[in-house]
Design a protein around this ligand. Structure first.
Ligand code: ZN
Length: 370
């Protein structure tokens, strides 16, 4: 499934390709998040045109609404949402941890109360695999147990042990069915727990490995250290996915450490809130400084928004509460992240990733656009 094409000579960054039943995607890859089977505010043709080769959808949300049976009747998730490219689905472990009104973990599975209607559900790791198989996901995540930050070592150990046991049951349940199955490395900020978890999952031989439970409130340096440690224990011939990462500066740091896949809601979430990511850092389009600023959001950006509209116009749309403002800013932000990945891949190809990272961070941190 994963082909390693080239390793950067001066860092651990790598260029690769992943093949799924719905086509291929290049790595390092960024997956726009389609929580409810939609990348908020955007047409899929625009998401595709912006350079998305794979998107992420959430099994937890789709299980609760509209329900798996409806998606099954529609012919699977790809048909239901009309996206004929790869889809990765999240197992719901993180959503149960962060959204459910109530949750209780047992060795057998998780009991939780829906954040939508308060109804109680019980899901086993086997159920979660079946749900994603029914959706027709190209890349499937097993149920795992997240912990909050900070968390005692004993709590982290219990969650990690359960995650490993559930990973084994998920692998047995999935067998040779369609869709690649990843293992999720947990263990909070404890290096020995992370290391133990990674080694035991590698012994089970998953199709790829995710680093879970990062970016839940810990410092950036702690996240980078954990990623470096975990990646060092993973096989070279399998993809590595940092779940929920992140900001542009986090992505370049993770790529440097050998991570191949990313997802994050921030391009669309920030877009809806009026914040644009640019090569010169973040800008808030509502600010009065842009009232008569007829430059594009990011003069270096090649997206439809930057080719056609000014900061002044976008500011006007947000002030007038016009929905086009949300759409255009989301589109630019998604393009910005996907274009960052294109530039990263090109830099790795030319063995210039380290220089690229330095230049990118210098411009980004200096707020040259603001
Ligand atoms: Zn743009």
């Amino acid at each position: 499934m994963f082909t390693l094409i080239h390793k950067d000579k001066n860092s651990k960054a790598r260029l690769g390709k992943i093949t799924t039943q719905h086509g291929q995607f290049d790595t390092p890859a960024f997956m726009p998040v389609g929580t409810h089977a939609t990348v908020k505010g955007l047409l899929f043709k625009d998401v595709r045109e912006a350079g998305a080769q794979i998107i992420l959808a959430n099994a937890y949300h789709l299980f609760l609404r509209p329900g798996i049976e409806i998606i099954k009747k529609a012919g699977g998730l790809h048909k239901f949402m009309s996206w004929d490219n790869p889809i990765l689905t999240d197992s719901g472990g993180y959503q149960v941890f962060s959204l459910a009104l109530f949750r209780k973990m047992y060795d057998r599975g998780v009991e939780f109360q829906s954040h939508l209607d308060g109804l109680k559900h019980f899901l086993t790791p086997e159920d979660v695999i079946k749900i994603q198989e029914t959706l027709g996901s190209d890349i499937i995540m097993p149920l795992d147990q997240c912990v909050q930050y900070p968390c005692t070592k004993e709590e982290s150990r219990v969650a990690m042990e359960r995650t490993v046991a559930w990973a084994k049951r998920s692998k047995d349940a999935h067998g040779e069915a369609r869709g690649s199955l990843f293992g999720i490395v947990q263990g909070a900020t404890y290096e020995d727990l992370r290391g133990d978890c990674a080694k035991r999952l590698v012994d089970m031989n998953f199709d790829g490995y995710s680093i879970g439970g990062v970016s839940v409130g810990e410092s950036s340096n702690l996240i980078y250290n954990i990623m470096e440690l975990v990646v060092g224990l993973l096989p070279l011939d399998k993809p590595r996915y940092a779940m929920g990462i992140g900001y542009p500066f986090d992505i370049v740091e993770a790529v440097e450490r050998g991570v191949d896949m990313f997802d994050c809601v921030i391009p669309t979430r920030y877009g809806r809130n009026g914040t644009a990511f640019t090569s010169g850092g973040k800008i808030t389009v509502r600010n009065a400084t842009y009232t008569e600023d007829f430059k594009p959001l990011d003069p270096k950006c090649g997206c439809y928004v930057c080719q056609n509209f000014s900061r002044a116009y976008l500011r006007h749309l947000f002030n007038a509460k016009e929905m086009l403002g949300l759409v255009l800013l989301s589109l630019h932000n998604v393009y910005f992240f996907l274009d960052l990945m294109r530039q990263i891949r090109q830099a790795i190809k030319e063995d210039k990733f380290t220089q690229f990272k330095q230049m990118f961070l210098m411009d980004y941190n200096n707020q040259i656009c603001a």
